[in-house]
Design a protein. Structure first.
Length: 552
């Protein structure tokens, strides 16, 4: 296996990874996993960097498929299934040679298969996996283009059963296409918005919504019916909101979706949340905690009792942080029970309960039952009311560690929010261990980042927070980030540990200002500061940080 060794050495020589990172990846990767994939998975390198090294090592050209002038006649040579399974796409033909882009140009079995099935000599080029999937989705679907599917869809008000259950019906193919496009683009949510004359489909990618396409109004009823059937909802009920779940395999990958419908003036709006089972962040040190914050967070969750709260608006990654904490605490010596609404990820070795309002299984009722199950650690999906807050506090005072989330803007506002709910100050002060406030910002694309001088306004912002800055990084926009300059997301944190002084301030009902002064004295890194430090490290941009955090 000299090649695998050489790839690691080349990456170290070119300064892309350190020797320690290479050793870690070699040690932790599965026996069948390629080194390149292991390094990508840990985020040590980007796909673009890996390809450049492979290009140099193998002497195979690297190609960007963004705006590539494909010859669509060639797509009949390689079936869509084969292209997807092996991550290949035909580029052009020249005499008896067929040029194909591959994610793994060392896969000689696939190259042989192609030679036999097409009769051409195969010439290979390297392209990124995302690039190839995007191109397959875009060009292979031309042969069953949206226009054709729309034209084939019957223009009836009420959907017939065969329209929405037959796997070959245009509606079923259309919905599958919408889902697989969302998965390829790594969308976190799909919005289907009915309007007066049309239906708009939008994807939320890296926290920002963008329109994917517009469909004619008559598609709405059959599309809604199809999605409801997949999610086991009542297809005849249009007047009340419904919730459901879809689990399907699309293009060789499992997709798990949470579906919610809401009756609006123009029909039912559907939002589907994609739960990415593979990218489930399980390691607490990979969430993006600043070293000081990481140590403080570990200290909080390693206490045997007390409440640890993670706060932030919807979609700020609170659940991922909670799951990472549970994963760290999960061992056979402790009994961990969670009550969630809904259970998003199933974790091995942890007892998870689903809230069910219809049978009276609320957070508070479930929590009371959990306390009779001899738990060590309890995770409550969300504290929504006084009753749940009080049971959680009592649980922490009777010797349990309680983890939960709350919708508030910052760590200090969480204290006032709980007091407003009606929780007694002395109970709160004695039970709360610490609060983590969290936001997600888009990470600058590592393939097209360029270093710039900070603008005058940016220098002022950094000066106000007492941080020195002489250069910032910004993404130019390239094919791997879809010309946005951002790819993926990172978390910003504010970790407030409750010490005796802060407890006394809460007990005495003193002002927020006093709490803030004490937090500053304890060297608390506020959200805005954590964000600006990440801008300084070249991970994100000032605009992104100011989108989620406010200057004091």
């Amino acid at each position: 296996m000299p090649l695998r060794k050489r790839l690691g050495d080349l990456l170290v020589e070119s300064g892309l990874i350190s020797m320690e990172q290479l050793q870690t990846a070699l040690k932790e990767k599965g026996s069948s996993q390629r080194l390149g994939d292991a390094l990508l998975q840990r985020g040590y390198i980007t796909e673009q960097q890996l390809i450049e090294v492979l290009e140099y090592q193998l002497g195979i050209p690297h190609i960007s498929l963004y705006r590539y002038p494909f010859d669509t006649n060639l797509f009949t040579l390689i079936p869509k299934e084969m292209a997807r399974r092996n991550l290949i796409i035909p580029l052009k033909k020249n005499g008896d040679k067929l040029f194909v882009a591959m994610a793994d140009p060392m896969d000689f079995i696939v190259i042989d298969d192609l030679r036999l099935s097409t009769g051409f000599q195969i010439e290979t080029a390297i392209a990124t996996k995302d690039d190839i999937l995007r191109a397959i989705n875009k060009f292979y679907n031309i042969d069953e283009g949206f226009e054709e599917l729309i034209g084939e869809t019957p223009q009836r008000e009420n959907a017939r059963e065969e329209d929405v259950t037959d796997q070959n019906s245009p509606v079923v193919r259309l919905v599958n296409q919408i889902l697989s496009n969302a998965a390829v683009q790594r969308a976190s949510d799909i919005h289907i918005d009915p309007q007066e004359t049309k239906v708009v489909i939008r994807y939320r990618i890296d926290g920002v919504l963008r329109s994917e396409r517009v469909l004619p109004r008559h598609m709405q009823s059959v599309m809604t019916a199809r999605i409801k059937i997949m999610a086991n909802m009542d297809i005849t009920e249009h007047r009340v909101p419904q919730d459901g779940r879809i689990r399907i395999n699309l293009d060789f990958q499992p997709i798990d979706l949470r579906v919610s419908t809401l009756p609006t003036v123009f029909g039912e709006k559907i939002v589907m949340r994609l739960l990415d089972m593979s990218a489930n962040l399980n390691d607490i040190s990979k969430i993006g905690f600043n070293q000081l914050n990481l140590n403080r967070f570990k200290e909080m969750i390693e206490k045997p009792t007390g409440i640890v709260l993670i706060t932030g608006p919807t979609g700020s990654g609170k659940s991922s942080t909670l799951y990472a904490a549970l994963n760290k605490l999960n061992s056979e010596e402790v009994n961990i029970i969670t009550i969630e609404d809904p259970v998003e990820y199933q974790l091995e070795g942890i007892n998870q309960i689903q809230v069910n309002q219809n049978v009276g299984m609320t957070f508070a009722a479930g929590l009371r039952s959990i306390l009779r199950q001899d738990p060590n650690i309890i995770m409550v999906g969300e504290i929504r009311d006084k009753e749940t807050a009080e049971v959680a506090i009592r649980a922490s005072l009777t010797g349990h560690l309680v983890l939960s989330t709350l919708h508030t803007n910052d760590s200090i506002g969480t204290v006032t929010r709980l007091l407003d709910m009606g929780v007694e100050p002395f109970l709160l002060a004695s039970s709360l261990s610490g609060i983590v406030s969290q936001r997600l910002v888009r990470r600058g694309c590592r393939d097209c980042m360029e270093v710039h001088e900070p603008s005058k306004r940016e220098q002022e912002i950094f000066m106000r927070r007492g941080i020195k800055i002489d250069r910032i990084s910004r993404g130019r926009g390239c094919s791997s980030c879809n010309m946005t300059g951002y790819k993926g997301r990172i978390a910003l944190h504010e970790v407030l540990i409750l010490n005796d002084e802060i407890r006394r301030v809460i007990m005495n009902g003193e002002s927020l200002q006093t709490l803030r002064e004490l937090a500053v004295k304890n060297q608390t890194i506020f959200l805005i500061d954590d964000g600006l430090l990440k801008v300084k490290q070249g991970l994100t941009t000032t605009e992104e940080v100011l989108r989620v955090a406010t200057l004091e």
